[in-house]
Design a protein around this ligand. Structure first.
Ligand code: NAD
Length: 253
């Protein structure tokens, strides 16, 4: 069995979602100590035991919870050397119609959440002189979405997702800032910019947008897992600040 992540302390947020579960499974398979956290989980931070495979309840938008979990990890497993920020929410709505509440909710979870967890691991990674942080961006944070009201006005509601796209564009540029700030400490910070991946999040993905994917299919969670494992590997130390397209050819830059 491939044990190239043996002993690595890997924290995955959003661990109970489609992508999160697949990432957790692969790190465990490769020998890592995995801390899985999600908004929807049964075990509280106070009762968490990382020798079990249960995931821990954590809201990434709450700084106090993030720090409480980090303390708990430090006591049981040591320093987090790998953080995979998977937690996120999808959102639909055109700029014309979007409510202020929806804007705040999406930016809070997708952008501030990833910032708070990333910020929390930096001191430990710097002391360890090694770290890997991987964020989930999106093709929509690069291409400004797929709204095509001139072709099909009814598609607009599902295809226009301004808050989501802006939150992910924020994740992309935050990745660059963190990468440059930490590069001399053996830490790399990268993001994936996935196209549509078949999970709960994309259940209602319109067929006419699916037809725009050159590879001819939706992505699978394994497509994301392979890219994460590449960036998280100890040999990927010269790759930092990268926003990696994993999108079946929908967009390249
Ligand atoms: N599925 C796709 O097509 C796709 C494409 C591009 C990017 N992404 C990104 O990948 C990530 C995972 O997507 P997925 O398809 O697995 O979605 P998913 O809905 O299956 O999983 C997301 C997980 O995040 C958790 N979560 C939501 N709010 C949270 C909070 N405040 N604190 C902690 N956890 C929270 C949810 O409980 C859920 O388990 C997201 O950031 C998403 O934006 C997904």
């Amino acid at each position: 069995m491939n044990q190239d992540f043996l002993g690595r302390v890997v924290w995955v947020t959003g661990a109970n979602g489609g992508i999160g579960q697949a990432v957790v499974q692969e790190f465990r398979r490769r020998g890592a100590i995995v801390i899985a956290s999600d908004l929807k989980a049964d075990v509280s931070i106070e009762n968490s035991d990382f020798s079990t495979q249960q995931s821990v309840q954590l809201d990434v938008t709450k700084r106090s919870q993030v720090h409480a979990l980090l303390q708990r990890i430090a006591t049981q497993c040591g320093t987090v050397d790998t953080l995979i920020n998977v937690a996120g929410v999808v959102s639909f709505g055109s700029a014309q119609d979007l409510s202020e509440e929806e804007w705040d909710r999406v930016i809070d979870i997708n952008l501030k959440g990833s910032f708070l967890t990333s910020q929390s691991v930096l001191t430990g990674m710097k002391e360890k002189k090694f770290g890997r942080i991987i964020q989930m961006g999106s093709v929509v944070g690069k291409n400004a979405g797929n709204a095509r009201p001139w072709i099909d006005p009814n598609e607009q509601a599902r295809a226009s997702n301004v808050a989501y796209g802006v939150s992910k564009a924020g994740v992309h540029i935050m990745t660059g800032f963190l990468a440059r700030e930490t590069a001399s400490f053996g830490i790399t910070v990268n993001a994936l910019a996935p196209g549509p991946i078949a999970t709960e999040m994309t259940k209602g993905f319109p067929d006419n947008l699916r037809a725009l994917i050159p590879v001819g299919r939706m992505g699978e969670t394994n497509d994301i897992v392979h890219a994460v494992m590449f960036l998280a590997h100890q040999d990927a130390g010269f790759v930092t600040g990268e926003i990696l397209n994993v999108n079946g050819g929908m967009w390249s830059d």
